[in-house]
Design a protein around this ligand. Sequence first.
Ligand SMILES: Nc1ncnc2c1ncn2[C@@H]1O[C@H](COP(=O)(O)OP(=O)(O)OP(=O)(O)O)[C@@H](O)[C@H]1O
Ligand SMILES: [Mg+2]
Length: 374
Amino acid sequence: MSLFPTTKILPTEDIIGREAFIRDVTRRTVEHQSVMIPGPRRIGKTAVATEILRRCREEHGALTASVDLFLQSMPEEFAKKLITAVLANQDSRILSLVQESLAAISRWIQGSELVVRVLNSVEFRWLYHMDRMTGEELVEHALVLPQTLAARQQRPVVILLDEFQDAMAIGGKSLLKRMRAVWQRQPDTAYLFIGSQGSLMQALFGQATHALYRFADVLHLPDISGDIWAQYIERKFEAQGVVLDPGVVAEVLRETGGHPYDTMKVCQALYDIARDFNVSRIDANIAWMALERATGELEAIFQSELRGWDGTPHARRILVRLARNESVYPPGVNAGQVKKAIDGLMANGVIQRVGHGQYVFHEPMFQTYLRDNE
Ligand SMILES: Nc1ncnc2c1ncn2[C@@H]1O[C@H](COP(=O)(O)OP(=O)(O)OP(=O)(O)O)[C@@H](O)[C@H]1O
Ligand SMILES: [Mg+2]
C-alpha cells in the first residue's frame, strides 16, 4: 500500500477532514433518510460513501449494498447488480457470479443454504427463476428486494448507488419513475446516491419535473482545509522519518488547491523521490520534481477528459482560454455557443462560476496542465 493511497476504498485513517460529514450522513441513512452527494471528479465521494456504509454495517447493524452504475447500459444489468449486491450481505460468494447468466445465479441461489436461512418464503420465490422474467419484472423485483429483506430481518438497509448520473442512460425517465414509485414506500431502506456531474445530479433531485425530486437530502462534501492537509502530510512523513523543509507543504497545497486525489498523488511523488535519492529531508527542489512527476501521472486522465469534450463545439478551446485567464470568447464564436459550452463544463463539474463572467477550476492542476500544455 502506498504511503498516500489513491485507491477507491481508502483506509479510515486516511480519510481526513470529513468526520463530521461522515457521522451526519451515517446517522441520516440508518434513520432511513436517503442522501445524495454530488461533486466533481476525484474529490473523495466514493471513499466517503464506502466509509459511511462500513459504519452503517459495523456500528448500526445495517444491511448494506453498493452498486456502481458506471458504464452499465441495460436496466436488467442494473437489476442483476442490485440483486447480487443486496444478497451479498447474506453470503458474499454470490458476488463472484455477477458476470454469470441469470439462470446460473438462480441455480446457485436454489442450491445454497441461503434459501433455508433467509429466502425461505414466498416473497423470495422469484429468485429461483429470474431467467424466465421479462426485463421489467426483474427490475421491479430488484427494486423491492432491499425493503423485503429489511422487514424480514428488522434491520435498516442502506444502498449505495455510485455514479448515479448514469441512471438516465440506463433506463431513462421511466426507470427513475419506477425507482421513486417503489422506493418511497420503503420505510426501512435508505439510498445513498453519489455522482460526478454535480448539476445533472442536482437537477435529478432538485427539479420538480424529475422523478426523484426531493427524494434525498442533497449534501455537499466539505473541502479539506489547508491546516488539516498540513497536519496529515507532516504526520505521515514524520512516521517515515522524513522531514519537510518549511514552505514545502504550502507550495504543494498552492499547486493542488487541496484537491484530494491530486494532493495525494503529489505527496506520494514527494515520498517516492525522497526514497529514490535516499534522502530524509524534502526541499523545494524535490517538491518541484514531485509536481512534475504527479502531473505526468495525471496526464492520461486529463487527456481522456479533454477527449470527452471533443463532441461539444468550442468547449476545449474555451477551457484552454479559461485556464490562461483569457477572455472566454474565442474569435468567431458567438455568445450563445460560448454559453452552451460553459454550461456543459459547469454541469460536468470542471469549472464553477464565482462571479459575473468569472470561473474557477475545481482541479487547479488541470488548469495548470491546460495552461502549460495545450
Ligand atoms: N478525505 C480524504 N482525505 C484524503 N484523501 C482523500 C480523501 N478523499 C479522497 N481522497 C483521495 O482522493 C482519491 C479519490 O477518491 P474517490 O475515488 O473517493 O473520489 P470520487 O469523488 O469518488 O472520484 P470519481 O469522480 O473518479 O468517482 C482517494 O483515493 C484518495 O487518494
Ligand atoms: Mg467515485
